[in-house]
Design a binder for this molecule. Structure first.
Ligand code: SAM
Length: 218
């Protein structure tokens, strides 16, 4: 992604006023949020509002998260250049594109086939070549590319699925919205052997994680 994409002034304002102003400090995360053209991940007419301080619809009843939440979750993951990261809930592909600039390899799983296909097209358009998109139930993780140094769940989960804990590398971090279907806490766990100490980073709202270790489809 070396070519500067249009609307870079809007992205710089977004980073200054919505993200840095709320305390996200990681320079790599802030640079990635300036670089990735969020508007290319959002279908019309909502792409007009791509740099607003809000989640937006991406079709199939799903959403792209508020920019600040994407930045905060990415910072909480503490990404390193050599890392392999798993994302559950590819959605538009935007979060995966941000991660692709910060780590060696991103695997992202999406349970709705048409959404996964759009994510694949969006990621190809920005040449995010180190992202692998998998169609399936992300609550089971993706054993072929495990273990992961970081795991990001970008949908609301009642619990942290056991298969994901098992696929986390030693010292690896998992960031997830954990709670009810309507409101959750942003939780971080870090693997130390069989121990997973937990931090809580406050209230958030995500669409539900549907799957074997998530919510049932209603
Ligand atoms: N990270 C996305 C982005 O950057 O656009 C936004 C994710 S959106 C808030 C949540 C996504 O999780 C939806 O696309 C939904 O279909 C997906 N999802 C829900 N349950 C899932 C599961 N068990 N496995 C994989 N994806 C799931």
């Amino acid at each position: 992604m070396s070519v500067p994409y249009p609307r870079s002034d809007e992205r710089r304002r977004m980073v200054d006023l919505q993200i840095a102003a709320r305390g996200v400090r990681d320079p790599g995360v802030l640079a990635a949020m300036v670089e990735v053209p969020r508007h290319l991940f959002i279908p019309p007419p909502y792409d007009r509002d791509a740099y607003a301080d809000a989640p937006l619809p991406i079709g199939n009843g799903q959403t792209i998260s508020q920019p600040y939440i994407v930045a905060l979750m990415t910072e909480l993951l503490r990404p390193n250049p050599a890392d392999s990261v798993l994302e559950i809930g590819a959605g538009s592909g935007y979060q995966a594109a941000i991660l692709s600039l910060l780590v060696r390899k991103v695997t992202t799983i999406e349970r709705i086939e048409t959404v996964a296909a759009r994510a694949r097209a969006n990621l190809a358009a920005v040449h995010a070549d180190n992202v692998e998109i998998v169609y399936g139930d992300g609550t089971l993780g993706y054993p072929p590319s495990a273990p992961y140094n970081g795991i990001l769940i970008t949908a609301a989960t009642p619990i942290i699925p056991e298969p994901l804990k098992a696929q986390l590398a030693e010292g690896g971090r998992l960031v997830a919205p954990v709670g009810s279907r309507s409101v959750q806490d942003l939780v971080v766990i870090e693997r130390h052997g069989s121990q997973f100490p937990e931090e809580n980073h406050g209230g958030v709202r995500f669409v539900p994680l549907i799957g074997e270790y998530g919510w049932s489809e209603e």
